[in-house]
Design a protein around this ligand. Structure first.
Ligand SMILES: [Cu+2]
Length: 664
């Protein structure tokens, strides 16, 4: 296996990073790691690299000091190839970053639960509520936005914690919220600063919040499901070569880090022997989940599951036959803990191909000849568990050049009891007895560094328009499209428009296809929704990226996080709005698309006590990238020659049931 500049850090490289920082004296006992990741080489460096060239490996660590709450960024040169440092790991820089709070860590999440349950004030407060079995209590710490932090704690690494109670030792913790009580925690000392209490508190509601069958009263399981097995006797059709996946005409390179989870690099399509670029880098750059309920229990609840917690850190191991069905290849992922010690998430990334019904088909109704092709898709997926929620991420590659990015949300909704006799708040849905689930939104930001046949691309906004009735349109039927270049960054915040069925096309103006039009890929929007927030709202000020469906920026290697490098406890945006302030031209240059989509979550009773997946997606579809349907070369199903069959016809009228066209 050949090493590549984009390979994620190995177990050994994490360990060596920690060792180098210890040796340099920078890793004193009060300091913890928020993250360690590959200091990704610049795009220019990567594109210039050829197999056999030396590789410069550097790690970028973010640390903070629990004694004084100062944050640091550390660059360590890992000497493997001896490019810069003559064979010795060296700390290149160790810099204080003023005024920021690094992401929270999994270790702190667990430590906070233990520390709070050991605090006599917490024990007493729970006893007042009749809760004395601490083994049933779960403390979930959340982060703050600066605007809602108590003034006196603004210089602290501050957490606020929900309290939940299981009904039984294996019961659902999120079934029973302890309403009207939040623990305010200094995350550096793990001290309880205060218990914030609501003025009035609803009594616990008589909910049935269990989903494990033995805990659901009277639950029986369906018995009419027969086995459905997926077998690939000759193995899957893809190859895993180091971190590169080859499948049919596609190839791409996988990486993984604490923040984005999976990153898909160098997406290419082999078009009759020519490797053609489509995208350089695709990932999720941020997720913002503002709860839209101003009540005591929820006003501070806005999660940045990527910037504050890390989609990689939250990634869980997948189980064959449950999470993934069929002929699966798994990749492990390695991430550090807060002491810089690496550990492996086994089976973190699932690779497999799926049958996806029909790819293309036509029945010649005159002679009965039928041509039918089954569709296959190559899927890269991970599952992340973020406290009560699960996010399932699927990147799918299709035989016709399409790329689909799908996200499924499942898990358990946050709920709150309603006081006896009180109305359901208008900001949520009643989901159980005296219990509502507050409305909220999940904004996902996909970062798409597109390189359509090279780096020089322009993004066109495509609107469909009906022409007025006139001499050229006597029947009032004409629909045309208008293509408007997104010329510069200041005008790049664009919205989905239902009236014009808007989409965006990334074209390479210098590269024409065989029929004479510029090659392109179209971003077909899906699951876009407006922010519906006053511009002055503190959560909007922190994350203006939520305000539009699409943003486009000129690519800069250091512009990866649209709400800033450090969104934890942020007051304003330190990302996107700063990047576009210089209004760089976007014409015929290296563009990055930031696609904002997700779930506008108007909660439903059917999503309680556990949510069946809510599924959202967007697509990247070739638009003139190929000269014609690129999947004409997909063969018929083995043993099904592809032509002939009984002519069964008509225009969907009668008599065809049970004897439809056959593909053989
Ligand atoms: Cu939701």
């Amino acid at each position: 296996m050949t090493r590549h500049p984009l390979d994620s850090l190995s177990t050994e490289e994490f360990t060596r990073t920690t060792a180098a920082l210890r040796a340099s004296g920078d890793l004193i006992p009060s300091r913890r790691f928020a993250s360690i990741a590959l200091d990704e080489p610049t795009k220019e460096t990567v594109l210039a690299w050829r197999e056999g060239d030396p590789i410069s490996r550097r790690s970028l660590s973010v640390l903070w000091d629990r004694a004084d709450n100062k944050a640091y960024e550390a660059l360590v040169d890992l000497a493997e190839d001896g490019v810069d440092s003559g064979g010795v790991d060296t700390v290149v820089s160790f810099d204080h970053v003023p005024g920021v709070t690094p992401n929270f860590t999994v270790d702190e999440w667990h430590d906070c639960d233990v520390a709070m349950k050991a605090d006599p004030r917490v024990v007493a407060a729970l006893a007042e509520r009749g809760l004395t079995d601490l083994d049933l209590v779960c403390i979930d710490v959340w982060t703050y936005g600066a605007a809602v932090m108590p003034e006196k704690y603004k210089d602290k690494r501050l957490g606020w914690a929900d309290i939940w109670v299981r009904s039984t030792p294996t019961g659902n913790p999120y079934a029973n919220p302890v309403s009207g009580m939040k623990l305010i925690v200094d995350m550096n000392t793990m001290e309880l600063l205060e218990i914030d209490r609501a003025d009035s508190v609803a009594a616990p509601a008589p909910v049935m919040g269990e989903y494990e069958p033995d805990l659901v009263p009277g639950q029986t399981l369906r018995t009419d499901i027969k086995p459905l097995e997926i077998t690939q006797p000759d193995g899957p059709s893809f190859e895993v070569d180091g971190n590169v996946i080859h499948w049919q005409n596609w190839s791409f390179r996988l990486a993984f880090n604490y923040r984005e989870g999976p990153v898909i690099h160098q997406v290419k399509y082999n078009d009759h022997g020519t490797e053609r670029d489509i995208a350089y880098r695709m990932s999720f750059a941020e997720m913002i989940v503002p709860y839209r309920d101003p009540s005591f229990d929820h006003y501070r609840r806005t999660a940045y599951d990527i910037g504050e917690w890390g989609l990689g850190y939250m990634t869980t191991s997948l189980a064959l036959g449950c999470d993934c069905l069929g002929e699966i290849r798994y990749l492990d992922a390695v991430l550090p803990d807060s002491h810089g010690e690496p550990s492996t998430i086994a089976n973190a990334i699932c690779l497999h191909e799926e049958d996806n019904a029909v790819l293309w088909k036509h029945v010649d109704s005159l002679n009965g000849r039928a041509e039918i092709r089954r569709a296959r898709r190559m899927v890269v997926s991970i599952h992340a568990t973020v406290a009560n929620y699960e996010y399932l991420v699927y990147w799918r590659f299709y035989q016709d050049g399409n790329i689909e990015c799908e996200v499924r949300a499942t898990g358990i909704m946050v709920t709150t009891p309603i006081a006896e006799g009180a109305a359901t708040p208008p900001t949520g849905t009643l989901v159980d007895q005296r219990t509502y689930a507050p409305f909220h939104q999940h904004f996902l930001v996909a970062r798409l560094d597109m390189d359509v046949d090279g780096q020089n691309n322009t993004v066109l906004e495509i609107d469909s328009k009906a022409l007025p009735v006139g001499p050229d349109n006597p029947y009032g039927l004409a629909v045309v499209t208008e293509a408007t270049p997104i010329a510069s960054e200041a005008e790049s915040g664009r919205d989905f428009n239902w009236d014009t069925q808007r989409g965006w096309k990334v074209v390479n103006p210098d590269k024409l296809n065989g029929i004479g039009t510029p090659v392109g890929y179209k971003l077909v929007p899906g699951a876009a929704f407006p922010v519906m927030m006053d511009p002055s709202a503190a959560q909007f000020v922190r994350a203006p990226v939520m305000g539009h469906t699409l943003w486009v920026t000129r690519n800069h290697d250091d512009e990866k996080w649209p709400c800033g490098n450090y969104p934890t406890q942020s007051l304003t945006d330190d990302g996107l709005t700063k990047w576009i302030a210089d209004d760089e031209s976007l014409i015929n240059t290296d563009v990055v698309l930031w696609y904002v989509f997700g779930l506008h979550h108007i909660t439903r009773p059917e999503e309680w006590p556990i949510m069946p997946v809510d599924t959202v997606s967007f697509w990247l579809k070739p638009f003139g990238f190929f000269d014609r349907n690129p999947s004409l070369d997909v063969p018929p199903q083995p043993g099904h020659g592809g032509t002939a069959g009984p002519a069964t016809v008509g225009h969907g009228d009668h008599g065809t049931a049970g004897k439809g066209p056959s593909c053989h």
